[in-house]
Ligand binder design. Sequence first.
Ligand code: UT7
Length: 327
Amino acid sequence: MTNPSLRSVVLGVGSYLPARTLTNHDLAKIVDTSDEWIFQRTGIKERHIAAEGETTSMLGEKAARAALANAGLVPDDIDLIIVGTSTPDWTFPSTATQIQAALGITHGAAFDLQAVCSGFVFALATAEKFLRSGSHKRALVIGAETFSRIIDWEDRTTCVLFGDGAGAMVIEARPSSGAASERGILTTHLRSDGRHRDKLHVDGGPSATRTVGHLRMEGKEVFKFAVGKVTDVVADAFAATGVTPDELDWFVPHQANRRIIDMSAQKLGIAPKKVIATVHLHGNTSAASIPLALSAATADGRIKQGDLVMLEAVGGGFTWGSALIRW
Ligand code: UT7
């Protein structure tokens, strides 16, 4: 049973990007594309690519350590780790358990959650429900990906879009009166519709093909869905809390494409100055994109304690979700 007197409060965020950057100009040497085409259609300028042997859990561990430092905590303070990823180090064990071990944590629970680009929002919604139930005290919620490993580097329609990286958030269960003015996650809304598999999927997997496979996408269809449908979960968050778009301080959507980001904000009546966008620097890092954007916007002082922050994501499945946070 949910304990109505608890709320999950954000204590810190952190991120990690692999050292190597790949610019649009670099990509134009690999496939038939141009900086102009990529930037005009997506807003992306460059992305980071993991080094040989640098795995998702390694990126996730570094982001987790940064988030813990930002929160003023040590690994032992954490009793729940949830990792949103579609590019795990291994089929099993989970990336979360590998990060748990790397952090030296031997208590609590750690598991992966697979909702593709919505992975961070799904993981955050799951963690905050654990915390509100009273079963766990402090969670590390991580989005970590190495999409460079599942990209078909000969397919110009997809290889220009994605990048590697990781972001993490520490949340803690704290007593709450339930007021929207108090810090913490106010509401989360998750949706899925598995009929859309073919529009965005990986054509391999242990059970279906015994292979890892490559990412395949019908870009136009995904675009239409992202702008046309996904805003319903943000409207749900407004309806559940009585918060209006004008009251929002920041809108932090999944960073896949600048045009999707801007069109979604416009449709929701959210002013352009409230939109956080990092897609030009990271490309689409799937489950890592929202915590990467949150890290950038807290580090540079835009997002401050007390601000109202709306997260929104869409990914393969389709999956989509929102989270409204009083920072
Ligand atoms: O987390 C969710 C993940 N996915 C997304 O968010 C992706 C959503 N979709 C999109 O962002 C856009 O659909 C894309 C950026 C993928 C594509 O933009 P578009 O405006 O829908 O372009 P298009 O697919 O209709 O392609 C237009 C043209 C085609 O040539 P023709 O048939 O008109 O001659 C493509 O072959 O652009 C061509 N093209 C390229 N040209 C240069 C496709 N990819 C490239 C490329 N460089 N990389």
